[in-house]
Design a protein around this ligand. Structure first.
Ligand SMILES: Nc1ncnc2c1ncn2[C@@H]1O[C@H](COP(=O)(O)OP(=O)(O)O)[C@@H](O)[C@H]1O
Ligand SMILES: [Mg+2]
Length: 408
């Protein structure tokens, strides 16, 4: 694949990095784009898999038709067939009218099935059929319908294992993975880590009009040596926190360490102290003021929230249920990277029960609820919607608690 075409595609989609393994993945996406084959994108969570279906769509003859991204892991098992394939009026209780599924909506275009390994086996059977014949049947109907759709799927699970354990149909796996693209983990991309960190830092400073942070040589080395289990998503999160709390500073390795999860573990004693919320903490080294500790607590809370969500998903999986995902069922795409019509359908978000791991995680860790809410509101300049999102509670619950604690 022509190097300049790869560079152009990266620039067009805003993909940062020069690692050969990343360029190879982009090259494969460009090569397969014009040919109507199914593609499976694999890679760790946060590695940037979502760029690839977008490249494939945009560089395909389908680029003027619809592109729909569906997060299979976020749709409750009971409604997934209806969401994907539609239903007839009266197909089930509550089906007051018929509904088009995504396979009908995106006819002529591309559908991105994110977290495809989460699909229930019954849905896998329907998907196999539509991939092989273009045919599907709406829920509650007996009429066979036709659609012309390109499927790109993504997963961060070991598919061979999922197949071996009977969780994923082998025939579907081979059908989806006609072509596979592997997105390399961030830790294997060397200097890209630094490029990404600088980009995220300058984007943040520009967007929020804050003085830029810079990185000392030591901090850079530390970033290169770190494992980045959450990949680019984690790096972005860490850099944005530093861009906010360390605005204008040069980041030392010690400062950076404070924002990486391994280091936050050492804050546990502080966490326990904070039950009484002292004006300053017992660190005693002057610059570690209460303010600073609060910030640390927040990053710890967010990390714990993620861990609890993961645990919850694991438990659900063990129980043989679908994971209870908090977010909207559909992947959101930054509109800038797609210039063809994009459906961002998160109307269903309201129908989903509020997921409260954020505040719950904090209170379970022994933090006083009132204080956590107050800090979140402060952090979000009083914007309740943003605070509710951060705390992973509904706005309604937040209002109630604000009233309850007299935080107005
Ligand atoms: N190479 C990259 N350049 C710029 N941003 C990136 C890159 N890779 C990932 N990102 C950003 O990191 C975040 C996570 O990427 P995403 O595609 O959602 O990961 P995945 O789907 O693999 O879990 C997104 O905000 C994405 O824009
Ligand atoms: Mg993703």
């Amino acid at each position: 694949m022509d190097e300049t075409r790869i560079q152009q595609a990266k620039a067009r989609l805003g993909i940062i990095g020069n690692a050969p393994a990343l360029a190879k993945a982009v090259g494969r996406a460009l090569r397969v784009a014009p040919i109507d084959l199914s593609v499976l994108v694999t890679g760790e969570s946060g590695a940037g898999k979502e760029f690839f279906p977008a490249i494939i769509h945009q560089y395909s003859p389908r680029k003027h038709a619809k592109y729909i991204a569906v997060n299979c892991g976020a749709i409750p098992e009971g409604t997934i067939d209806s969401e994907l394939f539609g239903h007839e009026k009266g197909a089930f209780t509550g089906a007051v009218s018929s509904r088009k599924g995504y396979f009908e909506e995106a006819n002529g275009g591309t559908i991105f099935l994110d977290e495809v390994a989460e699909l229930p086996l019954t849905t896998q059977a329907r998907l196999l059929r539509v991939l092989e014949t273009g045919e599907y049947i709406k829920v509650g109907s007996s009429e066979v319908q036709k659609t012309d759709i390109r499927v790109v799927a993504a997963t961060n699970v070991d598919m061979a294992r999922a197949v071996a354990e009977g969780r994923f149909r082998e025939d579907l796996f081979y059908r989806l993975a006609t072509v596979s693209i592997t997105v390399p983990p961030l830790r294997e991309r060397g200097n890209d880590i630094q490029l990404l960190a600088r980009k995220f830092a300058s984007d943040f400073a520009e967007k929020n009009r804050t003085p830029q942070i810079s990185f000392s040589d030591g901090a850079r080395d530390r970033m290169l040596a770190y494992r980045w289990p959450g990949n680019v998503r984690q790096l972005k999160n860490v850099v944005e926190q530093m861009a906010l709390f360390e605005a204008g500073n040069e980041i030392s390795p010690e400062t950076l360490a404070g924002y990486l999860p391994e280091a936050t573990a050492t804050l546990m004693p502080v966490l326990h102290q904070s039950r009484n919320l002292p004006a300053t903490t017992g660190r005693g080294d002057g610059d570690h003021t209460y303010e600073r500790e609060r910030e640390m607590l927040f990053s710890l809370i967010f990390k714990m929230r993620e861990e609890i969500e993961q645990l919850r998903a694991d438990v659900d999986e063990l129980k043989g249920e679908k994971p209870s995902q908090p977010a909207s069922s559909l992947v959101k795409l930054r509109p800038a990277i797609i210039d063809t019509p994009v459906e961002i359908m998160d109307a269903k978000a309201e129908e989903m029960p509020p997921h409260d791991a954020g505040l719950a995680a904090a209170t379970q860790a022994g933090l006083p609820e009132k204080e956590v809410i107050r800090l979140s509101l402060q952090r979000n300049s009083g914007r309740r919607k943003a605070a509710a999102m951060e705390l992973n509670i509904s706005e309604r619950t937040l209002y109630r608690k604000i009233k309850e604690y007299g935080l107005e």
